[in-house]
Design a protein around this ligand. Structure first.
Ligand code: AMP
Ligand code: MN
Ligand code: MN
Length: 337
């Protein structure tokens, strides 16, 4: 079937019908996404919030961690209930998990989601699914979860308002690196075109997402870039966020988004890494690759996940030990190809 000039694969249309089948008018729906929500997670949630409200459902966003300020401009008043997320999920008739299939990425909400009676999922990750059973619209070949929410609306004949289109555009823009990464498909550009036809202003979105940085973000980036190490013989480069750097710059994890693109942008680098400490003493590693290097495979070795060219994993251990372990695995991987 074709909607807004974009054809929808039959398996996605069937998955959309299955999700619609568990949504009853007047029902409560909790929308959630992975810890440290990104533009795709938030954009998909906000778009669905608008779509569901227009169908007479009561929707609320319930995330495991606060939504980054960068996306406040998208949030309708009262939509975000992440400050009482577990309660929101417990009282919902249906939970829709967006931009992740892996229970482990739901942080403190894992328990609440496990005990929900109906859990739908819309996602584009390659990681193995560990959510409770339920209807799934999952397609690793999609550039963004927002692309799949676009398909859901299209398959069900749900009208996309300008507000829903703006939110989907943010998801697609951020997950494709502003239409630069390998997941920038002809199809997703057609979807973006359809969103612009719904009244999205690309310059307004660019300014809100990429050109409204707090000063601390830029000072933080300057400090992290000082830590750059390059190993040209294997094509490896990495940066490390110094302990307490976020606090000193009044920054949040969202301020690090996109930073790993700097080591990746060095000529000859095939694998770029970013190391940082996260909550409960764990170490988070972001993996990015160029060309044929598959970082999802590397991240899976450490219990993480993601996509072929963008993946992540989190570790127990001291920063030095984790770094040594990951760098050894990365060098060995690069030498094999
Ligand atoms: P990031 O490096 O946080 O920007 O994440 C890059 C990609 O890897 C995204 O698709 C994430 O959803 C995924 N990812 C990041 N961290 C993890 C993790 N600890 N476990 C599984 N997937 C992850
Ligand atoms: Mn994401
Ligand atoms: Mn995504």
């Amino acid at each position: 079937m074709t909607t807004n000039g974009v054809s929808i694969p039959p398996e996605r249309a069937r998955a959309a019908q299955a999700i619609a089948g568990i949504l009853q008018p007047g029902g409560r729906v909790a929308l959630t996404t992975h810890v440290n929500a990104d533009g795709d997670g938030v954009g998909s949630e906000v778009a669905l919030w608008h779509l569901l409200r227009a169908r007479g459902l009561r929707a609320g966003i319930a995330n495991p961690t606060p939504i980054p300020e960068r996306f406040d401009f998208l949030l309708p008043p009262g939509a975000d209930r992440s400050d009482r997320a577990a309660k929101e999920i417990e009282s919902a008739d249906v939970v829709i998990v967006l931009d992740i299939s892996d229970l482990g990425r739901l942080g403190d909400l894992q328990g609440a989601v496990t005990h929900s009676h109906a859990v739908a999922c819309i996602d584009h990750h390659v990681s193995p699914a560990s959510l409770p059973a339920g209807p799934r619209l999952v397609a690793p070949e999609a550039s963004a979860t927002a692309e799949l929410v676009f398909d859901l609306a299209g398959a069900l004949g749900w009208e996309l308002t300008r507000d829903a289109a703006r939110a989907l555009y943010v998801g697609i823009l951020t997950d494709t690196g502003a239409f630069r990464f390998a997941n920038t498909s002809p199809r997703v550009l057609r979807v973006a075109g359809a969103l612009l036809e719904r009244g999205v202003d690309p310059e307004e979105i660019y300014e809100a997402v990429y050109a409204s940085a707090p000063e601390g973000r830029i000072r933080l980036i300057a400090e992290v870039l000082q830590t750059l190490v390059v190993e040209p013989d294997v094509g490896l480069a990495w940066v490390t966020v110094p302990p307490d750097a976020l606090a000193r710059h009044h920054a949040t994890p969202d301020d690090l988004d996109g930073l790993v693109e700097y080591p990746r942008s060095i000529a000859g680098v095939r694998l770029a890494l970013l190391f940082r400490q996260i909550a409960n003493g764990r170490i988070k590693v972001s993996f990015r690759s160029m060309g044929a290097v598959d970082v999802a495979e590397l991240a899976h070795q450490f219990g993480g996940g993601g996509h072929q060219k963008a993946a992540g994993a989190s570790f127990e251990g001291t920063p030095a030990d984790v770094q040594e372990q990951v760098l050894e695995a990365a060098r060995a991987y690069l030498r094999r190809r």
